[in-house]
Write a protein that binds this ligand. Structure first.
Ligand code: NIG
Ligand code: FE
Length: 427
């Protein structure tokens, strides 16, 4: 079943030349086509002008089954949220209040809260309860424009509980229209039962968790929180190298709270992405540039924890491909809305709206090694796109705090449409 979409006020293709990611000055180029038409099946079949579409059909060179009038609105690729911890149970709203009253993320973790608070809740929950808790959150991400989302484990920290989380992620992936990319993150925190036996926990990850995750095919990537008080660079390297032996490719929480040199490690390991980077050094930036590792920036976390923002302008100037993601998690950033992330990136990291949009689509797809089939509107890619209730795409960021997404299409099918508000007399 193919659909011809016509009367697209602005078709924001993001890329027209098959680029796998954009960096530097190219990050500003959106490839906008005005008054465009697009034929979609599961994948994008054709892009051009409406008159050309009809001419080709006359000539027997193009066909479609249904016609859809976009009404002059804006069409963009779906957002690719390449960093989340979105499957968990429980609330840490009290920690949010504690931080507003002056406590730091580290103070709260040292007092037994933080990641471990969610770990204890997840250990008590069933796989079913994890699925139930995540479902509304993921639908919320979708109706705000996310069509592909990466989700990490890391709130189990025992073999059984990490597997339970990853199985919940797999069930959500089969049930929801979203494209879900699973990451194993057993090295999210050192569980207190291993406080004086760090090496034993790293061994557990390498000898038990990774083989089990790999044998069930539950994750594509392995991530490590390389940070003071969490995992050292040496431990991160050991875990990520072992993960690679099991076919899980590396990504890294790098230089989030301290300038540890984790960006350099990510580059050295050929990690797909180095994330956070609030405290990345000049050498770290140069190393990322050299290795082609994507720098995934998470401004919602700086906003929530009231920390400095990652040096986005310096990364862009150095030619590093920059992606934007939510980091959606119950502690440091409880937000599943990529439009909010675009707004923060422009306001606090100095990105232009165009740069933010490329970072949230094509470069997000690159951070998940899917930019050959996702992240831009080009013939042959999956037909994952949003119809925005806008005339001009720049308003997506300029007019903030409201949901501009009117429709979400994934694989050429409308999976969510905003219903019009009831008339007053119907209320
Ligand atoms: O990316 N940095 C580590 N993990 C998350 C926080 C998770 C949590 O607090 O539950 C982050 O900020
Ligand atoms: Fe994170």
């Amino acid at each position: 079943m193919a659909t011809l979409l016509v009367n697209i006020g602005q078709l924001v293709t993001i890329s027209t030349g098959g680029e796998r990611w954009k960096a530097g000055a190219a990050l500003r180029e959106l490839g906008i086509l005005s008054d465009a038409a697009m034929v979609v099946g599961e994948r994008i079949q054709w892009i051009g002008s409406p008159s050309e579409a009809y001419r080709l059909r006359e000539a027997g060179l193009l066909q479609w089954d249904t016609l859809y009038d976009v009404g002059g609105r804006v069409v963009v690729p779906g957002f690719v949220d390449s960093h989340t911890h979105a499957v968990f149970v429980g609330s840490r709203a009290h920690e949010y209040r504690q931080r507003l009253a002056g406590a730091t993320y580290q103070d709260i973790a040292a007092a037994g809260g933080g990641i471990m608070a969610t770990v204890y809740a997840v250990r008590r929950a069933s796989e079913e309860e994890l699925v139930e808790a995540a479902r509304p959150l993921l639908w919320n991400a979708l109706r705000h424009g996310t069509t592909t989302i990466e989700i990490k484990s890391g709130y189990g920290l025992t073999t059984a509980d990490e597997l339970k989380l990853l199985r919940a992620i797999r069930r959500l992936a089969t049930e929801l229209p979203l494209r879900i990319v699973p990451t194993f993150m057993g090295a999210h925190a050192l569980p207190p039962e291993y406080r004086d036996r760090r090496a034993a926990y790293v061994e557990l990850i390498c000898q038990e968790m990774l083989p089990a995750v790999a044998s069930e095919g539950l994750a594509e990537y392995c991530d490590v929180f390389a940070e003071e008080g969490y995992f050292t660079l040496e431990e991160a390297e050991q875990i990520l190298r072992t993960a690679q032996e099991y076919g899980l490719r590396p990504r890294l929480h790098a230089d989030e709270f301290t300038p540890l040199g984790a960006a350099e490690l990510a580059a050295r390991l050929g990690a797909v992405s180095a994330d956070h980077l609030l405290y990345v050094s000049e050498q770290g930036i140069a190393a990322l540039r050299e290795s082609g590792t994507v720098a995934t920036l998470l401004p919602g976390t700086s906003y929530t924890l009231r920390l400095p923002y990652a040096p986005a302008r310096r990364l862009i100037a150095a030619g590093v491909p920059v992606a934007l993601a939510t980091d959606c998690n119950p502690g440091s950033c409880f937000c599943e809305n990529m439009q909010m992330v675009l707004s923060l990136a422009c306001q606090y990291m100095g990105l232009l709206p165009e740069e933010a949009l490329v970072a949230a689509t094509l470069n997000g797809a690159a951070a998940l090694e899917r930019s050959h089939e996702l992240g831009s509107l080009e013939v042959g890619k999956w037909a994952d796109f949003l119809i925005l209730q806008l005339r001009e795409v720049v308003e997506l960021v300029y007019h903030f705090g409201v949901n501009h997404v009117a429709e979400v299409w994934i694989g050429g099918r409308c999976v969510w449409r905003e219903s019009s508000p009831p008339a007053v007399e119907e209320c």
